[in-house]
Design a protein around this ligand. Sequence first.
Ligand code: MIC
Ligand code: SF4
Length: 650
Amino acid sequence: MGKTLTQKILEEHLVVGEYVKGEEIGIRIDQTLTQDATGTMAYLQFEAMGVPRVKTELSVSYVDHNTVQIGYENADDHKYLQSVAKKFGIYYSRAGNGICHQVHLERFGRPGRTLLGSDSHTPTGGGIGMIAVGAGGLDVAVAMAGGHFNVTCPKVVKIELTGELRPWVSAKDVILKVLETFTTHGNVGTVFEYGGEGIATLTVPERATITNMGAECGVTTSIFPSDDVTKQFLDAQGRGDQWVAMAADPDAEYDRVVQVDLSTLEPLAAAPHSPGNIMTVADANEMAVDQVCMGSCTNSSYRDMMIFAELLKGRTIHPNVSAVVGPGSKQVVEMLSENGRLAYILGAGVRMAENACGFCIGNSQSPKTEAISLRTSNRNFLGRSGTKSANAYLVSPETAAAGAITGKFIDPRKLEDMGIEYPAVEMPDDFIVNDNMIMPPVDDPGDVEIVRGPNIGDPPKNAPLPDVIAGEVAIKVGDEITTDHIIPAGSKMKYRSNVPKYSEFLFEVVDDTFFDRAKGIRDSGNDNVIVAGISYGQGSSREHAALCPMYMGVKAVITKGMERIHKANLVNFGIVPLNFADPADYDGIDQGDGLEIPDVRSALEGAGNTVTVKNMTKGTEFQASFDLSEKDKEKILAGGTLNLIAQQMR
Ligand code: MIC
Ligand code: SF4
């Protein structure tokens, strides 16, 4: 039987276990990436491991999230990151160089390699034929120190693309279609592998738009083959020598095959407040638009910006619309400046933001109260834009441009009625390659001193897991709670390096009394427990969604189902991830109930996979199960990965 592309790359990197679906395997990581919002903590953890230099083929530290710099905190983090990069042999991509995923695709991604990134959209690299996986910062730190990455050997689903996209329909619509089919949950432990004759019609940045937003389905990663289109892209980036052909065998067997006929797709959107709420743009009934945001790691490539620019040429954005553009990288801006397209965008009245995450993470460009905001980004969770009452719709660059021009949420195909033709955008033969904002590692870091401003605090420590967890349900939440619900980013993100301060914002969007309540429980010597519905921890890889609860004395999270990266983060910080053995028990538990989980240590040390949870308030009990590898159990028993590493070093 032939092999899938996923199997080929994973097997080549296998260091622990065997390639058997559903088993835990350890893989060697060739490349890592971090960004500043998760990176500071990742490098503090890396430092704690005492390794003199990264052991990967390539590690890059990007600064793209916290570039707003109101107050000293972001700037302190940047200086710390720069000095750490120099000391430990890491490439440093300075603020202004662009969004990690876009720059990595342009300058570093290589077909056939593995990439682990402390950001959930790391699978963008799948567009160039890599196995690129998002993880918590601590897992990335371990990989930089030469450790392998543990992952469940995945199910592989083939998404077979046939036909060709029609004008006005683009890669964003493809991934929105995939989200309609697969939704945002139920895909843990799966890889989406793209194939079919339709892939040849998609450029590398278009493929990357698709793999980027596979993250919203909760898959381990998504990947495209490496073919002539990949070669053309790498050639144009001056990296043609890094190309290798990579594809599945023709007789590869998949767990499921889903066909998507590109030629039948129409413009789609994700309605508030989930990337899985798919609708057609036509169904928006031309409602009035208040804001248009063009950019983010999903849609900020040269191709996307060119489309946007061509459509705005010689026009003025609608008087009721506030529009902003954030290009993905300095390369994209240099290209657009040189070919004059930047003038089309600015001339139309679109405001220019930094080449950074910007609006996507809600640290700028919050829309007005109850706004309708069209965004080319990948997440529209409640409050993520910075305005809780706003309604953010995720759309393609084409639909965004149509909204900016007409002030309406309109099917972009209708622009043809206004005499606007669909622009033909060709990929360049040569991109402008100017890596002057990437500082390569130095050979002899000798006396480099690590700069620690007052914003850089040591990561808090956890105690080993107690025999009994005894405390209270500090919060009971519903289904599909994202990490943006657990701990918001936006303007609060500048406290990423200050865990006590950042913890004050836990669950703020859902219940702003959580912090005081949890603090009261913790300070009275009791443990906090979180209870949740299905798909808990969707979205970001931010480990603060586990680290801050740990700091607040959360010892267990009991859910009807959990997403991969968040679960791994809970394990890394010594919090027990549990599932209701019978989901109906969720209904019998309330916030404020006193809970006891006796013998939890021995349960983890034993061969079983359940614990009994006693509800002291209701006088009832139920079973909760855990699905943990031996390594996971060791981590939790030790009170987290750092404790375990310290133990092992002793
Ligand atoms: C996001 O898009 O939510 C982020 C901000 O990029 C996060 C990382 C973070 O929280 O720092 C992600 O996707 O992992
Ligand atoms: Fe940045 Fe947004 Fe991409 Fe996250 S999703 S990496 S915040 S651009």
